[in-house]
Design a protein around this ligand. Structure first.
Ligand code: NAP
Length: 283
């Protein structure tokens, strides 16, 4: 079997087109959906990420205000800035780019964001809403993965989904979303004994670890759907995922590539969350 590709670039384009249309509808009502991006310090990867977020926003008619603060900014000053953004009715979404400088408590900073503007979905209130099935903002990466499964018409009900990785921003919310669709979910992590014995039972595998070639062909049941969240650099410095793509695509029925898979979907879902924040505020 040679798997079909789930093309994250193409799907993200469709989602951006939908965001553009809904943004125009809000603008016609005099509402400009606006995202505040807060960057503290000069981490090189963060600089690239925020640039993408600003460009993606402006392409779809959203306004992204990027504010840069020096690495030496105090935590109190950052918290005060977030409170001001919470109180600003012209700002619908707030994103604090992580990682923050070491002298800051990231958890405390994220918790300062109003849940109504938490478009990254990292606030405890957002995680709780996902857990109990109430409206809130879902983290962009797992939400993008779910959209990819929807795009191929995949029925999760009764299927066995194995999520490898249990971070608060990818693995755990992914598992909750799959459970919400009535899949049977297994979460694996670094202490999981015999990962392959578990993944071989999976109808869907989501790999979110950060280790090149962690998922090999012998770990995949023929016909399984494989979503690769991992972002690694191979020996040649090229971007690659956690899945041995060339071998696994001969076993799986559907597979996401890296690059061009989950990455563009993560970016697209931030736009969706920002737009939804503006739509909810508009009533
Ligand atoms: P993380 O916080 O480092 O979590 C990694 C998880 O992998 C942990 O739960 C860890 O287990 C588990 N793990 C480590 N080694 C393992 C092994 N040998 N077998 C099974 N599980 C193992 O990372 P993250 O933030 O979730 O990100 C995961 C990957 O996704 C990274 O490559 C990251 O760059 C990428 N990512 C991509 C996107 C995107 O848009 N494409 C977005 C976010 C993240 P323990 O909990 O036991 O330590």
């Amino acid at each position: 079997m040679t798997a079909q590709l789930i093309d994250g670039n193409a799907l993200a384009r469709q989602i951006r087109a939908d965001v553009s249309g809904r943004t125009a509808a809000l603008q016609a009502r005099g509402i400009q959906p606006t995202l505040a991006i807060v960057l503290v310090g000069d981490d090189p990867a963060s600089q690239v990420y925020v640039k993408h977020k600003v460009n993606d926003s402006s392409e779809t008619g959203l306004v992204a205000n990027l504010e840069r603060h020096p690495a030496g900014m105090s935590e109190a000053a950052l918290l005060a800035r977030i409170h001001a953004l919470n109180d600003d009715p012209a700002v619908h979404g707030i994103l604090v780019q992580l990682p923050l400088p070491k002298h800051m408590d990231s958890h405390k900073v994220i918790e300062a964001i109003s849940p109504a503007k938490d478009v990254d979905g990292f606030h405890v209130a957002s995680a709780g809403a996902l857990m109990v099935g109430q409206p809130g903002f879902w983290p962009c990466t797992p939400h993008g993965c779910l959209k990819m499964l929807d795009s191929i018409g995949y029925e999760l009900r009764g299927k066995h989904a194995v999520v490898i990785g249990r971070s608060n921003i990818v693995g755990k919310p992914m598992a909750m979303m799959l459970l919400g669709r009535s899949a049977t979910v297994t979460i694996c992590h670094s202490a999981t004994a015999d990962l392959g014995a578990i993944t071989r039972q999976a109808d869907v595998i989501v790999a979110a670890v950060g280790k090149q070639n962690l998922v090999t062909a012998d770990m995949v049941k023929p016909g399984a759907v494989v979503l690769d969240v991992g972002m690694n650099r191979n020996a040649e410095g090229k971007l690659c995922g956690d899945v041995d793509f060339d071998a696994v695509k001969e076993v799986a029925s559907w597979i996401t590539p890296v690059p061009g898979g989950v990455g563009p979907m993560t970016r697209a879902m931030l736009l969706v969350n920002t737009l939804e924040a503006a739509e909810r505020a508009a009533g």
